[in-house]
Ligand binder design. Structure first.
Ligand code: HEM
Length: 366
């Protein structure tokens, strides 16, 4: 991890955005409230919440990395360009998986692979948007008074550190946006799926967050909320595994693996190992609570859902805060009930784990 990105891992870096994330989560709650009031069955968005969850995630990551509000959750987004960016991102995420998992015909000629061509066009739209937002931030900083001592955003710190001509801030912001949309969005969808099926856990969470303003201190004290996120990612790790090329020969469980082999850990398997987790198939957030005498005490490497070491996820703190804010707000405002037609919500692997059926949740306003 470089010194440019190390700063991102500090909890304070994420907390800078707590107000913005609360505003975005309020827009999400308002969307659900309006949609539910207009429906006879308490279901939102014709029964699949996933698209709006991804909009929450897109809006949040753009607020974090580009200092930009887009209005993705409003009835009409802030301008036509936002609509183009939202469409471009949807295409990129769908086609990226097809390019990764399908036959690599684009290596022979790009035109042989329509998903590759579409993904390239979508990435161009988004890259232009990111470049423009970075130059807007630069211009704002140029006219700011030298005595401006307020805390700086991630983007402003990157611009200051890399210099006015550098393209690095735009590259990092672009990477963070692409890596931070469906990873966080799908985790929110799975957490809601678990909570909507598990009224006991939902009640415990509600008891913790009810009537609480979301501040750095109060969020730090919401241990059950953190535990719900850990438990969701244990049950369904969004990145199925962590990959490394091993530099030296290695013996793993009695097998000799030669240097330069790609090794991939299987997070789903290690997270369900009964040597580390009691009742591993159950959704039990309380297994993570320190004050619980029956808590599990797993090997820390059994659940490295954000990776480990110098290549670990640089968006961990932001993702956790985004998920905490929206779960707290939803549980404060609604009782949720799972209404999926194909049993519990589970994963389908498509480069990252994504919901295997429409995310159907019945919302009862409180
Ligand atoms: C719940 C949400 C997320 C999960 C589960 C997740 C998980 C991961 C994992 C497992 C890795 C590979 C780590 C390794 O190889 O050791 C990774 C890398 C990465 N993640 Fe995330 N991520 C999430 C959200 C985010 C967000 C919100 C951002 C951006 C703000 C982000 C940006 C990145 C980047 C840029 C890398 C590559 C780091 C590098 O190679 O140095 N992720 N993530």
């Amino acid at each position: 991890m470089s010194s440019r990105t190390q700063d991102l891992m500090r909890p304070k870096s994420a907390m800078f955005y707590i107000g913005a994330l609360e505003d975005i989560a309020d827009d999400f709650v308002e969307f659900v409230m309006k949609d539910v009031r207009g429906s006879a069955d308490g279901l939102t968005n014709s029964g699949d919440l996933l698209r709006h969850i991804q909009y929450y995630s897109l809006e949040s990551i753009c607020a974090i990395t580009l200092d930009a509000r887009m209005g993705c959750l409003k009835d009409t987004p802030d301008d036509d360009r936002v609509l183009a960016v939202m469409n471009a991102i949807e295409t990129v995420l769908a086609d990226m998986a097809k390019c990764m998992l399908g036959p690599p015909l684009f290596k022979i000629h790009p035109r042989l692979s329509p998903p590759f061509v579409r993904m390239g066009a979508g990435l161009d739209v988004f890259a232009d948007f990111v470049r423009d937002k970075v130059s807007e931030a630069r211009s704002r900083m140029e006219v700011a008074s030298p005595s401006d001592t307020r805390n700086k955003s991630v983007l402003e710190k990157l611009i200051l550190r890399c210099g006015p001509e550098s393209s690095v801030p735009a590259v990092i912001a672009f990477d963070m946006c692409i890596a931070g949309i469906d990873t966080t969005g799908n985790t929110i969808a799975f957490a809601l799926g678990f909570l909507a099926r598990n009224q006991r856990a939902q009640e415990m969470l509600r008891a913790e967050v009810q009537n609480q303003k979301l501040t750095e201190t109060s969020i730090g004290q919401m241990k059950f909320l953190s535990a719900c996120i850990k438990e969701t990612l244990r049950k369904i790790p969004i990145a199925g595994g962590i990959a490394r090329v091993i530099p030296n020969d290695l013996v793993v469980s009695g097998y000799r693996v030669p240097a330069n082999t790609v090794l991939i850990t299987d997070l789903q398997t290690s997270g369900h190992d009964s040597r580390h987790f009691s009742d591993p198939n159950e959704f039990k957030p309380e297994r993570w609570l320190r004050e619980n005498p029956d808590r599990d005490n797993p090997n820390p490497f059994s659940n490295i859902v954000f990776g480990h070491g110098s290549r670990m996820c640089i968006g961990k703190r932001f993702a956790e805060l985004e998920i905490k804010v929206i779960l707290a707000k939803l549980v404060q405002n609604f009782r949720m009930e799972w209404a999926g037609e194909k049993g519990p919500l589970g994963p389908e692997w498509e480069f990252v784990n994504k919901p295997n059926q429409p995310v159907k949740i019945r919302f009862h306003p409180l």
